[in-house]
Ligand binder design. Sequence first.
Ligand code: MN
Length: 709
Amino acid sequence: MSKIELLDRSKKSSFGLNSKLIEEAYQFALESHKSQKRYSGDPYISHPVAVADILLNLKLDTSTIITGLLHDTLEDTLATEHEIKEKFGDEVAVLVNGVTKLSKIETYTENKFQAENFRKLILAMSKDIRVLLVKLADRLHNMRTIQFIPQEKRRHRIASETLEIYAPLAGRLGMHEFKDELEDLSFQILNPSAYSSLSTRIEYLKKDKSNLTDKIKSRIGELLSKNQIGYEIIGREKKLYSVWNKMQNKQIAFRQLSDIFAFRIVTKSIDDCYRILGIIHNRWSAVPGSFKDYISTPKINNYQSIHSTIVGPERQRVELQIRTTEMDVVADKGIAAHWSYKENYNLIDNSSSDPVNVTWLRDLVEILDSGGSSEELMEATKLEMFQDQVFCFTPKGDLIHLPSNSNSIDFAYALHSEIGNRCVGCKINGKPKPLYTKLQNGDEIEILTSKNPSPSETWENIVTTAKAQSSIKRFFKKQEKDEFVTLGMKILQKILKKDADISIAELEGYSKKFNRKNPDDFLISIGKGNIRPRELEKIKSKSRLSFFSRYRKTNSLDKTPLEISDFQPGVAIHFAECCFPLPHENIIGITSEDSGIFIHSNQCNAIDKEYKKEDWISASWKDVDPEQFFSSRIKVSVKNEPGSLGTLATIVGAEKGNITHLNISEKGEDFFDMIFVIDVHDLVHLNKIINVLAEVENVSSVNRFLLDL
Ligand code: MN
């Protein structure tokens, strides 16, 4: 494929490509890859041109074809994303970036395939399926030229990755042409002797039976012509890898497989498909159990066709596929065919017109979103990718597809995780059956539910779908968590002799003290007994003075330098210790029914998050005594060197501040983070101290510390 041909074809294309922009992309790629060469010795540009050509054949849009041309520029040349955005727009830049990310995954997967990378792959895919289409085209051309790679190990790695990951993905997207070619190319690299002996054998048999093939073909043709149906009959080539695979899996002898004659009959309409089927079955007998109607019930990837095996004109077994021209294109090109068939067919926004196969992607994304681990995902994906499907119906007649071996619990979770959690029984085809009953194609399933969720822990072992598994896990994880949180809270309340719930801020302080990530973890640790009651006694005695406890009672208003709107005499005033408000900064009062008014800095993280707006009241400073001290808090990050602490204390002292508490919040090898409570006169005073400390040699950062909620 040369540049001239590509550009020429893009101009002649009937589906409105912007050939001027494609030519610009070609020039850009040419200049970027300038002096680079492929292993084959060809100039590098031959590769992106070939990839773009494959995409052109799939009738994809201008952006995708341009992405094909540019797909290696970010990774291998000096070109930048910014340049691509400038020249070809955001859409192309996003696509090229997506393909580049996928390419980086390859380089990490030297030996065994890592789930984490697979996750990235899936995520990239689900954002825009065109990224994956370009990647598949890229991989296809690389596989077509793989013989030029000198290192055998590398050839093997690429081939097995193709066989395990890319070929099945192409299959799931319904792109069977891609899948078959990727498989056969990989098979040739991974098992050259099996490949060559099979291909020799098949060539030989083809010649041997070519007379018979022609005879069968013309006998069927005559019959159809006599009935005046338009048709095309195509002999089906056996794909080497699929023959090999069948021999491996089913222990079928090669002879058995190669004895079968296979044809595809393509016609105009669905009506004609059924007429052809009727005419043929009327003339030759069908092999029992071989008939499958994927026209009325398409496969999960939208594959449609009628399959039937007959005992044919020459007493041979003849496999037939009967389908329309459109179905034939979809069978070969899959999702890419949908792209070109329907204009404005938007795969980027997940509109309801998605073909069935895109829901597969979304299921995966859902598992990711719900936080399943990547290993779980990998397992789940591998399972589902290689398993066949079973089709069942809801009582309303909706079709639900599941991996084979699924049961009613899988079915319930496929409908909705809530239905799964509340499922207590099922009826299959109207009869009550145990939940673990394996579903059969065509079953109608009615799920019986209870009011409250009550899944069983043993379900996890009997379900097949990843969705059911992760929903069940999530349910029990959450339940366990809730139980321990409640228990932990009860223990803590008992020890602190408090009846009401303990405030979040207080818990926040305790969880820091006990090195727990958050209050929930802290309570779970108590609930599980990892923090013992005796350890909790420590906070009990000091709890009122606790470093992080939020509130400190101040004097009554007459001695407090504050003006508060609608103030009622006798109401207690507190300075909030989440933020330690200081004179000269804007403040907000928050009323509470039983504890008075709390004064917060308007910088405080708590006010927005924890209090309703209607509890806010205006407050301001008034007649502050310049000699009065107020507590404030700063966080300092210091190099871990002898004397650091002393220097800081001296400087704060020299600035007339007074350190009253000190807490090392984090200690690394080189640095530690400290939180000081310093008494200062006002915000100006505090800022001055912060500025001076920031200049100290071993200090890497100083900030006012507001409790982060
Ligand atoms: Mn490439």
